[in-house]
Design a protein around this ligand. Structure first.
Ligand code: FAD
Ligand code: PYC
Length: 417
C-alpha cells in the first residue's frame, strides 16, 4: 500500500498523474519467456505489441524497474516530425510518422496525435542555409517540408515576434505541416493495453540486475529484483540506463548519458497554434490539450544520471522564449523535470542485433526518440523476430562506430548535445 502511495507521489511530481490509469497490476513472472524486453517505455511496449501483433510472438514479458512510461516516454515534450537530413534517418522517422497517423485506430486508444505543424526557426545565415538544405533533401525523399519567410512564419504562428532589433531575429523557418504532437502517457498506456490484450506480461517494479549467459555465449535470461526469468531472446530498450544494462552482458557501448529538461506553464486557453522549435536557442514550445505551454530546454553540459536539469539551462531558454513570444512574459511556470537521454557519437540511434547471440539493442535516441516510438517498436520487433534487421534499421548498427559509417544527424536534433 505504502509503495503505491510513493509511486503516486512520483507521478504527482511528473504531472498529469490524475490522468494515469490505475496502477498496473503486474502478474507474477513466469519461469520462462520466448522474449524478454528490458524497459517499459514507449519503445519497449511498442516492441512487445508488434511482436504479438505482426509475428504472433505472445510469450513476451516487458520488465520495467519502475512504472511503465515513467522514463523519458512520460517526460518528453512529445514533438513528432520526420524532417531529418540523411536518407537513412528520413526513412526511419517517416516510417514512424506514417504509423502515428493510424495509431489511435490500431490501438483502439486515443493517443491524441495532433499534426498541427512543426516550425523550425532560423536565426542566422547558417540556420537559413542548413534548414533550406533540409527542405530540399526532405522533398527529394518525398517528405513534406517547406521554407517560410518571416512574414509567413508570423501568419502561421501569430504570437511570434518577427520584428526588428532582437537578440535572436527570425529570418524564416522550415515548416513540416504533418509534424505535431501526441499525448505521451496515452502512447505508453495504449501500447501496454494492446500488448496485454494479446498475451504479453508487463512486469512493473521489476528491475533487471544481471543478464545470464550460457557457456556458448548465448543469453539465458535476466536476473531481476523479482527473481530469475529465463528468456530465449532479450531486447534491451532502457534509455538513459542502456550502458549499465548492456554491461551486465559484457557489452561496452559508445554512449553518454545526459539530463535533458522540460517545463510547463500554468494552463491557459488555446493561444499557441503549432509547435515552434529553435535549435539555435535550444528552445521548443507547444501547447498541450490541458492548456499548459510545454517548453523544452537543452541538455546539461555534464554527463549524469540525474532526472533533473540545471536551472541556468532552463532560464536561458525562458529568456529567449520570452523574446520570441513576448506574451509569454506574463505566464507563470508550473513545474519542471528532467529525463536521462543516451547519446551516440553520431547522434543517431542503434536498433540492431548485438555480438551476443539472442541479445538485441535499441538505444541512443538522445533528445529525439519519442517521435520514433511506433517505427522503432515495429522495426525492433522485426529484428528480434527474424534475428535480422529490417532494411530501414539495417544501417543503425553498433558496428558503424567501428567501421566509420556514421549517420551524423547532430544538426537534426532539436537541442544542444
Ligand atoms: P524510456 O521511456 O525512458 O523507457 C526506458 C525504460 O527502461 C524506463 O522506463 C526505465 O525505468 C527502464 N529501465 C532502465 N533500466 C532498467 C532496468 N535495469 N531494469 C528494468 N527497466 C529498466 N523526443 C522526441 O521525439 N520529441 C521530443 O519532443 C522530445 N522531447 C524530450 C524532452 C525531454 C525533457 C526528454 C528527457 C526527452 C525528450 N525526447 C523527445 C526523447 C524521448 O523522450 C526519448 O527518446 C524516448 O521517449 C525514449 O523512449 P524509450 O521507450 O526508449 O525510453
Ligand atoms: O527531436 O523534435 C525533437 C525534440 C524536440 C525536443 C526534444 N527533441
Amino acid at each position: 500500500m505504502r509503495r503505491f502511495s510513493a509511486i503516486s507521489l512520483f507521478r504527482e511530481a511528473l504531472g498529469g498523474h490524475e490522468k494515469w490509469p490505475r496502477q498496473w497490476r503486474s502478474p507474477e513472472p513466469k519461469p520462462a519467456y520466448d522474449v524478454v524486453i528490458v524497459g517499459g517505455g514507449g519503445h519497449g511496449l511498442a516492441t512487445a505489441f508488434y511482436l504479438a501483433e505482426r509475428y504472433g510472438i505472445t510469450d513476451v514479458a516487458v520488465v520495467e524497474k519502475g512504472w511503465i512510461g515513467g522514463g523519458n516516454t512520460g517526460r518528453n515534450t512529445t514533438i513528432i516530425r520526420s524532417n531529418y537530413l540523411f536518407d537513412e534517418s528520413a526513412r526511419f522517422y517517416e516510417h514512424a510518422l506514417k504509423l502515428w497517423e493510424g495509431l489511435s485506430q490500431q490501438l483502439n486508444y486515443n493517443v491524441m496525435y495532433s499534426p498541427r505543424g512543426v516550425l523550425m526557426l532560423a536565426h542566422n545565415i547558417h540556420d537559413v542555409q542548413s534548414f533550406k538544405r533540409h527542405v530540399h533533401a526532405n522533398r527529394l525523399n518525398g517528405i513534406d517540408n517547406e521554407w517560410l519567410s518571416p512574414q509567413e512564419c508570423k501568419e502561421f504562428c501569430p504570437p511570434l515576434n518577427v520584428g526588428g532589433a532582437m537578440r535572436y531575429p527570425i529570418l524564416g523557418g522550415a515548416l513540416q505541416r504533418r509534424g505535431g504532437t501526441a499525448r505521451h502517457d496515452a502512447v505508453a498506456w495504449g501500447y501496454a493495453r494492446a500488448a496485454d490484450a494479446r498475451g504479453v506480461d508487463i512486469l512493473e517494479n521489476c528491475e533487471v540486475l544481471g543478464i545470464r549467459r550460457a557457456i556458448s555465449g548465448r543469453v539465458e535470461g535476466v536476473e531481476t529484483s523479482r527473481g530469475f526469468i529465463r528468456a530465449g531472446k532479450i531486447g534491451v530498450v532502457a534509455a538513459g540506463n542502456t550502458s549499465v544494462v548492456m554491461n551486465m552482458a559484457g557489452v561496452r557501448l559508445p554512449l553518454e548519458s545526459f539530463p535533458l529538461q522540460a517545463l510547463v506553464s500554468e494552463p491557459v486557453k488555446p493561444a499557441f497554434p503549432c509547435v515552434v522549435m529553435s535549435n539555435t536557442i535550444h528552445a521548443y514550445i507547444s501547447q498541450s490539450d490541458k492548456g499548459e505551454m510545454v517548453i523544452g530546454a537543452g541538455t546539461d553540459a555534464y554527463t549524469s544520471y540525474s532526472q533533473r536539469g540545471a536551472l541556468h539551462i532552463a532560464s536561458h531558454t525562458l529568456d529567449a522564449i520570452c523574446e520570441l513570444v513576448p506574451m509569454f512574459r506574463r505566464l507563470r511556470m508550473l513545474r519542471n523535470w528532467g529525463g536521462i537521454v543516451d547519446v551516440t557519437p553520431d547522434r543517431s540511434p542503434i536498433v540492431a542485433k548485438t555480438p551476443v547471440p539472442g541479445l538485441y539493442l535499441n538505444c541512443g535516441w538522445g533528445t529525439g526518440g519519442f517521435k520514433a516510438t511506433p517505427g522503432s517498436g515495429d522495426l525492433f520487433a522485426w529484428t528480434i523476430a527474424k534475428d535480422d534487421p529490417h532494411p530501414i534499421n539495417a544501417p543503425f548498427t553498433i558496428e558503424r562506430f567501428r567501421d566509420g559509417v556514421m549517420i551524423d544527424e547532430a544538426a537534426a536534433a532539436a537541442v544542444a548535445h
